[in-house]
Ligand binder design. Structure first.
Ligand code: 5GP
Ligand code: MG
Ligand code: MG
Length: 178
């Protein structure tokens, strides 16, 4: 295991199981429709790619980049669009794919921003959910795991752009970021 990791919170095997479950629900619930998965860069990349491979209905992918955290571990509360969509989403079925919901500020902003383009539907798929940390309520249709308020890295999640490549979700040692 990586030396900066206190302990593994969700193993590679558990992530895989959950990703398959979510992909099966999506494939079932969107049968006969075409979905566009929108990944929020960069944290969602691993989840997005694994999820999409397990979805059995036609789907497309697009990405957005927003900034809210900078390089630190605390939310600035500011959401800025750094990269917008390539696709038109009017009348399309959209699933926003996120790594983790924390305060809910980012997704609330994005839901409002994207809803203004009148998609046929707009839902959220999120691997991790820190539900006790909400500042604003967000309804996510697909949630992988509820997690406690640790600073997590791995499987796409970073600290100062590091650790995204870890195949599991781990708790970062406090001494690394304090
Ligand atoms: P929110 O707007 O919900 O507060 O922020 C969500 C974003 O904050 C996530 O997409 C992620 O980039 C970042 N974030 C929240 N909690 C964690 C965490 O435990 N670890 C890491 N690496 N990023 C986090
Ligand atoms: Mg994110
Ligand atoms: Mg980050």
């Amino acid at each position: 295991m990586n030396n900066d990791i206190e302990r593994v919170l969700i193993s590679e095997e558990d992530i895989e199981k959950k990703v398959i479950e979510i992909a099966e629900s999506i494939s079932e619930e969107y049968k006969g429709k075409e979905v566009i998965l929108i990944g929020i860069l960069k944290g969602s990349v691993m989840f997005m790619s694994d999820l999409m491979k397990k979805i059995t209905i036609p789907c497309k992918m697009d990405f957005m980049a927003v900034s809210s955290y900078g390089e630190g571990s605390e939310s600035s509360g500011v959401v800025r669009i750094l990269k917008d969509l390539d696709f038109e989403i009017r009348d399309k079925h959209i699933i926003l794919v996120e790594d983790i919901i924390d305060s809910g500020v980012t997704l609330t902003y994005l839901l409002k921003y994207l809803n203004a383009r009148k998609p046929a539907s707009l839902e959220i798929a999120c691997l991790l959910n820190k539900k006790d940390r909400r500042k604003v309520e967000v309804n996510a249709k697909y949630i992988g795991y509820d997690v406690a308020d640790y600073f997590l890295v791995g499987y796409g999640l970073d600290f100062a752009e590091k650790y995204r490549n870890l195949p599991y979700v781990g708790i970062l040692k406090e001494e690394v970021y304090k």
